[in-house]
Ligand binder design. Structure first.
Ligand code: HEM
Length: 389
């Protein structure tokens, strides 16, 4: 791990206690370079500053010096202003308060059904039996796609993740072809027979007076299918593990369900589901005295910023009811999470239903650690709980 003033670090050496590794980097070497990630910024103020400057730090994916072609980029995440704003404006109504309110009963029904896998009274693996499938099924429900496709969607998303992490343009192109082969027939079906779902809604939308092209439709749907579940799976893993290990906190929420939403925010600040996201420098610049060269990648370490003692008193404590709680779990700046209303609703409904359906739940085994292979999410290794009804 880094010594004070040393600007090099090796993310592969973080081990299972990632949070401790991030804490150490933030205090000893807050702007660090690694072969794998390029620059990484760990302090809250640096993460916010980089995120606030999309002209200098671009979201267009770059592979070996070349910008990925537009058709291979996810809309809106991998676009910069002004295109980003056009797409984001178009998509915002999908996650409006009204749409979320109307979607809540369907989400609750899905949660009640899927939570049965956890509440058997026997030790059950949380990630495999619930936290993996549920968030994918939620996206399928929103888009109007078959729930049974969840394994396929998960596998295809994993392919994209690996191609991105390894910056393997050929693997990425193959993954994108596979996604298009999967998505285009669904679009054709909905075009012929619209339904009450987000896919049909998208087909009805116009951008500058024109309907969306097939390429734009595929880019949007692919991003929603890829971006919407890995982070939610990681969040469910973190929240359920924390409460299983802390029965007093569990009891507190069971007797006061109104406190659930703010407790979720704090559990995810304290142990964040998404380690970081990257940008690419569009010109030579500097961060806190470190020379950043045009084309360098810069990782915004949300998980480290969320425990910055400059911003959060007792940052390493999980303080239910913390206020203010200006965490960066959902990012910062123009790209901050578009799906956060859905993510928050999903987590609130699951936790409310799980607490109501149980007298207590506890770990059947040891406290889970982060899977060292996971990136950019902080996925917990699978663990089991026993739910007493
Ligand atoms: C707890 C779960 C989630 C977490 C922690 C999370 C976190 C984030 C973060 C940190 C970003 C910013 C990325 C960046 O700055 O580069 C982001 C962007 C995004 N997220 Fe989420 N997310 C979650 C769930 C979801 C869900 C459920 C959806 C949709 C179904 C979604 C859709 C998106 C989209 C479309 C963007 C790109 C926004 C833009 O570029 O303007 N996310 N998310």
């Amino acid at each position: 791990m880094a010594e004070a003033g040393e600007a090099y670090w090796n993310p592969a050496e973080m081990g299972e206690d990632r949070i401790a590794a991030f804490d150490e980097m933030r205090s000893k070497c807050p702007v660090a370079y690694s072969d794998r990630l390029g620059w990484s910024v760990f302090r809250y103020k640096d993460v916010v500053a980089v995120a606030a400057d999309p002209a200098t730090f671009s979201n267009v994916r770059v592979n070996h010096g070349e910008s990925a072609p537009a058709a291979m980029r996810g809309i809106p995440l991998e676009f910069d202003p002004p295109e980003h704003a056009r797409y984001r404006r178009l998509l915002m109504p999908l996650f409006s308060a009204g749409r979320m309110k109307a979607f809540a009963p369907r989400l609750r029904a899905l949660a009640e059904k899927d939570l049965k896998a956890l509440t058997t009274g026997d030790p059950v693996a949380v990630i495999a039996s619930f936290a993996d499938p549920f968030p994918v099924r939620v996206i399928c429900e929103l888009l109007g796609w078959p729930h049974d496709d969840w394994r396929f969607i998960k596998r295809m998303s994993e392919d994209v993740r690996i191609a991105m992490a390894e910056r393997d343009a050929n693997r990425m192109a193959a993954a994108h072809r596979a996604w298009a082969d999967y998505i285009l027939p669904v679009i054709a079906t909905r075009r012929a027979k619209p339904a009450d779902d987000a896919t049909s809604w998208l087909l009805d939308q116009q951008l500058d007076g024109q309907p969306l092209s097939e390429t734009e439709m595929v880019s949007i749907l692919r991003l929603l299918l890829v971006a919407g579940h890995g982070t939610t799976t990681a969040s469910l893993g973190i929240i359920i593990a924390y409460l299983a290990a802390n029965p007093d906190r569990q009891e507190m929420l069971r007797s006061n369900p109104d406190a659930i939403p703010s407790a979720i925010e704090e559990m995810l600040r304290w142990s964040s589901p998404l380690a970081g996201m990257q940008r690419t420098a569009t010109s030579d610049t500097e961060i806190d005295g470190n020379a950043v060269t045009k084309g360098d990648r810069v990782a915004l370490m949300f998980a480290a910023a969320n425990r910055d003692p400059e911003v959060f008193p007792d940052a390493d404590q999980c303080v239910f009811g913390r206020s203010p709680n200006r965490h960066l779990v959902f990012g910062s700046g123009i790209h901050s999470c578009l799906g956060s209303p859905l993510a928050r609703l999903e987590l609130k409904i699951v936790l409310t239903e799980l607490l109501a359906a149980s007298r207590r739940f506890e770990l059947a085994g040891t406290v889970p650690a982060v899977d060292p292979a996971s990136w950019p999410t902080n996925d917990l290794q699978d663990y089991s709980i026993i739910v007493t009804r």
